[in-house]
Design a protein around this ligand. Structure first.
Ligand code: PLP
Length: 436
């Protein structure tokens, strides 16, 4: 192949040394390591779009509050498993201010990142009702949630939602829920990787069916506020972040601090359980736990043996961030809007060079510009496209590892500096010249 950015033989050699028979099937962390190796061997910096790391500095309010907390001596003290009162109160205020949903502070729990929250929830919910142990993923999704199921041997089913948008979603969900084995529905919104956002109509369908079939909806709001088509940044003022919690009491929300507050390193997520679910008794828990109340079991049955709570100082950090946000003193959405501008410009470059968007609409509306977008090229499979782009110094992940039924790649904008955009354009032009 002529005019690649990195010699093909070198890329192929390093792929082989990494024992990756198909790069498209590699996990995100494996792709990251591969790119590090190719960069080191070739001396060429990649346009890195594989990993969803926040590309912004952590919120300073949190850092300062953490330093203060550490200096006051919290490092030597075990935090309570259910979280410090200041944080629980601010989470409940945040949920009221930005989702317009009321929950007690008791029902708001800190977890070691959203990842621990989902691990704990999958484990607990799959044991709540006899015969109902299977999670339904509305895909595409984040591969690590599948991995959590594999580790715990919890069964799951899934479907790619793109062909079942709008009213079609009802029939598709009923097909699964009517079988009686589904304990919960899980999805991220905005969606990683496709960046689709459910419409209010779709959220109502999910909520109504959760009520009808008595299943728990787990809504992953890792990209809170990042449907930048509407500005949800004013506390207590509509519009609010869209949520299924408007349509069912049978919900559990995961709100990550990693992207919204660029706080990924401190591994602090929020699990928000509806008050009704928190208080619900599940007699089947008796087979695994010492208690039957959902909230009590989540805290003392699952979170306690997992990590005995979350680190102390990050809880003070997040409490301070949320307080500033809730008081209207810190506009977190303004801080992260840069992702939308980057996505807009990057998408344009891909489209100008013969690529197409794989997921492009929320019903009849164009997708928002945000943290991720998806691209395909001609009839190439996602796995092939990923491999081909490596020769041009561009990395991403294949949709093949996300439960997607479509061919293409997920591109993450966060780690691409604005000043690298001209280089991205040049490399995409080189790619196109080789593939026409
Ligand atoms: C959909 C989704 N859920 C959860 C997470 C992880 O969140 P946390 O860093 O809070 O564990 C991510 C991170 O990329 C994600 O994309």
């Amino acid at each position: 192949m002529a005019n690649t950015v990195i010699p093909k033989e070198l890329v192929d050699k390093i792929v082989s040394e990494n024992h990756l028979s198909n790069v498209g099937r590699a996990s995100i962390r494996e792709v990251k390591k591969l790119i590090n190796d190719i960069e080191a061997a070739s001396g060429t910096r990649f346009i890195r779009m594989e990993m969803g790391i926040p590309g912004l500095p952590a919120c300073q309010i949190g850092i300062e509050a953490e330093i203060k907390a550490l200096q006051s001596g919290v490092a030597s003290i075990y935090p309570d498993v259910y979280g410090i009162p200041e944080l629980k109160t601010e989470i409940a205020r945040f949920v009221k201010n930005f989702l317009n949903i009321s929950v007690r502070p008791t029902s708001c729990l800190p977890t070691v990142g959203s990842m621990q929250g989902s691990f704990a929830a999958f484990l607990t919910i799959s044991r709540a009702q006899a015969g109902k142990n299977t999670t339904l993923f509305i895909d595409p999704g984040f591969a690590v949630h599948r991995q959590q199921h594999a580790v715990m041997q919890i069964p799951y089913e899934s479907f790619d939602v793109y062909n079942y948008r709008g009213e079609k979603l009802r029939e598709k969900l009923e097909e699964y829920l009517s079988k009686g084995n589904i304990s919960s529905i899980f999805y991220s919104n905005p969606n990683n990787p496709s960046w689709i956002c459910f419409t209010e109509n779709e959220l109502k369908i999910i909520g109504d069916l959760a009520n009808k079939y008595n299943v728990v909806v787990m809504e992953d709001l890792a990209y809170f506020g990042m449907d930048f088509r509407k500005d949800i940044s004013k506390p207590g003022v509509p519009p609010f972040q869209a949520t299924v919690a408007n349509y069912t009491d049978n919900y559990l929300l995961f709100i990550s601090s990693s992207k919204a507050f660029s706080y990924a390193g401190q591994r602090l997520g929020m699990m928000v359980i509806s008050d009704k679910l928190f208080d619900t008794e599940f007699p089947n828990f008796k087979n695994y736990y010492a208690s039957t109340g959902f909230g009590h079991t989540m805290i003392y049955g699952t979170l306690y043996p997992l990590s005995s709570g979350t680190a102390h100082s990050p809880q003070y950090g997040l409490a301070a961030i949320l307080k500033a946000v809730n008081d209207g003193k810190y506009n977190f959405v303004d801080e992260i809007k840069i992702y939308a501008e980057k996505a807009r410009r990057m998408k344009e470059m891909f489209l100008n060079n013969g690529f197409h968007l794989v997921y492009d609409k929320d019903e009849d509306e164009n997708l928002a510009d945000g943290f991720y977008f998806t691209v395909g090229y001609d009839k190439m499979s996602g796995d092939e496209l990923l491999k081909e782009l490596l020769y041009f110094g561009i990395s991403a992940i294949s949709l093949g590892i996300t439960g997607s039924s479509r061919q293409g790649l997920r591109a993450c904008v966060s780690l691409v500096p604005m000043e690298d955009l001209p280089e991205l354009k040049t490399r995409l032009e080189a790619f196109r010249a080789c593939h026409q």
